[in-house]
Ligand binder design. Sequence first.
Ligand code: LMR
Length: 394
Amino acid sequence: MFDRLQEPASDKIIALMAEYRADPRAQKLDLGVGVYRDESGATPIMGAVRAAGARLQDSETTKAYTGLAGDPAFLQAISRLVLGDSVPLDRTAAAAAPGGTGALHQAFALIRSAAPDCTLWLPDPTWPNHLSLIAHQGLTHATYRYFDAATGAVDMAGLMEDLQQAAPGDVVLLHGCCHNPTGADPMPSEWDEIAAMLRARQLIPLVDLAYQGFGDGIEADASAVRMLASTLDEVLIAASGSKSFGLYRDRVGALLAVARDPAEAERTGKVLTALNRVTYSFPPDHGARLVQTVLDDPALRADWEEELGRMRLRILALREALAAELRRLTNSDRFDFLLRHRGMFSRLPAEPAQVARLREEHGIYMTGDGRINIAGLGEAAVPLLARAIVETGL
Ligand code: LMR
């Protein structure tokens, strides 16, 4: 049997992590995988998460199974974090999943059972694993224009025009904030236009919310998804705790479904639970319990919000420093889009050959499409990166 297996194409982001590790040069810069780093290059355990861990260690009395959909207190806490009070909780269903990817997997499984013939519309570009997950489940996808490389902003005209091709009942994948890989998000008025178009054309949004708190703040980053939830009949949301709580390896996530009414929400919740059972039975609990402990304890929550706020401001300061250095070196404002982008990523106007030169000649690692992880950049490395960008002719 194994002889019939085809070697899978390697995931480009994960392959880049391995290449970086294998590079023996002392002076190298990892702007690849989307992981937050502090000035020393470390990905810290957040203070509130550590404190919640210590508290759990002392208070947890059992590791017996919890609910198939996950711990109800976690589901309530993460639903509130994402949705605020934009919709009554009895219109929502939720199931815990191993990370944002697990939540996306379950979203695609739900779509496959409810609407196997629909088309999933993905922004071009998007996180490459979206495509892999969809192909794995045998679903059909199409892309819509998203990014205007000339301005570094969202190509709203292209987006609106392409989604005119979508049929009623199709699903549109949207990044709730901090678009990966471009860093370009719709403005609030553009989100309103998108919502109106989704409603008029009877399209269902699937919102990937992996970077809440890294753009304009915890509440601000949820405002688009909350607006969609309060104005549309049906919304799917894949939420991740990996970045916002620094729990990458602990795999915390949840799939949330906003339904038309409480009866549909209840049935959808039963389907999400059944999908968990056939995928991994019970979702992982430890990381979810850390998140719930932080969110439900006022002191831990305040500490978490403060630390996440500092991380966000550090990324913004790095954006400013890099844009200023590039303005100085190029005597132009060509790179000012860095200031308008939000979250960990920005996409540089780099050809694949230039990305390769940056890696080979300068030890600077970014994904092949020119995506840089600003959060991987220390202040000290800003002049080096700016000079290398200019020398490479970007
Ligand atoms: C990324 O885009 O770099 C992150 O979301 C990590 C991953 O799993 O690809």
